[in-house]
Write a protein that binds this ligand. Sequence first.
Ligand SMILES: *Cc1c(COP(=O)(O)O)cnc(C)c1O
Length: 356
Amino acid sequence: MTRVFNFSAGPAMLPTEVMEEAQAEFLDWHGTGMSIMEVSHRGKEFSVVAEEAEHDLRDLMGIPDNYKVLFLHGGASMQFSAIPLNLTQPGDTVDYFNTGVWSKKALTEAGRFANVNVVAEHTTAIPDPSTWQLSDNAKYVHYTPNETIGGLQFHFIPEVGDKPLIADMSSCILSEPLDVSRFGMIYAGAQKNIGPSGLGIVIVREDLIGHARPETPVLLDWKTQADNDSMYNTPPTYSWYMAGLVFKWLKRKGGLEAIGEVNRRKAKKLYDFIDSSDFYHNPVRPQDRSIMNVPFTLAKPELDQAFLKESDAAGLKYLKGHRLVGGMRASIYNAMPEEGVDALIAFMKDFERKYG
Ligand SMILES: *Cc1c(COP(=O)(O)O)cnc(C)c1O
């Protein structure tokens, strides 16, 4: 069996070591004679898995004690609805940055519940703070630190005064160190940098819990979830377990400082190569480029199909860009080894030599 380099944006590659570990204990978890996916979420086996995963995540990210960590269904998108339901009453105003497809989805959903003020809008550069239109009475400020489709990333935390700052970190969580105390709430779908799909992680400051609208569906109320340790109903246990293995893998790798260094090096290599070539192009302003998702186009779009076919045959999978933007995209999350990026660059060089 050969493992290929999979550049999918999500669900994405998982660390091979983690997959091997899960495989080894698939039928018999720690001598119980059962798979961890076959046992009760309230039983003693899964309780250990659940607690360790939370403990390791807190450790990795340095999550302060006054934050709850929730392991929920519904991925990131369910929080698009949960956030306004938990933090606003009808008629309230909320601030959203619009920097791409995911920002837009989040603010469109919020618009069903509250008045959305767009703070700033741009998809290939982070707008300068001097142009931001923050509202005085917003209940919170929402942004998408890493736009997975456009490849645009905030490399700083927006300064928004005393308003709770909310971040959709689906495609950048755990990719580098982060000061969690600057945020009111952080959320992420698991399938990019954490584990299999079916799981959403919510990290929320305690004072923001307990204010949901009365009509909020019970599963979307952070208080219900926090009071029940994310087990009001049956959580996605296998995804939670896999996330726990990924957290342990990250700790073995040296934590977020160490992985952040690797991630920056991987991204720099790829961007440096793209910038050195007249054949490949990335549209994002250099200081705002994503270190996780690298979109690029070919000078001759009629070669897109050949590029995809030949890269696929070379074991470089899922390089097709999102249908909304076209071109190519290489997602290089934590689990993508540096050799994967080297192999991609070597392929791109060859391809350019052949057709450029
Ligand atoms: C993938 C992604 C989402 C959607 O995640 P789901 O778990 O499918 O809801 C939302 N936001 C960002 C930034 C993403 O990358």
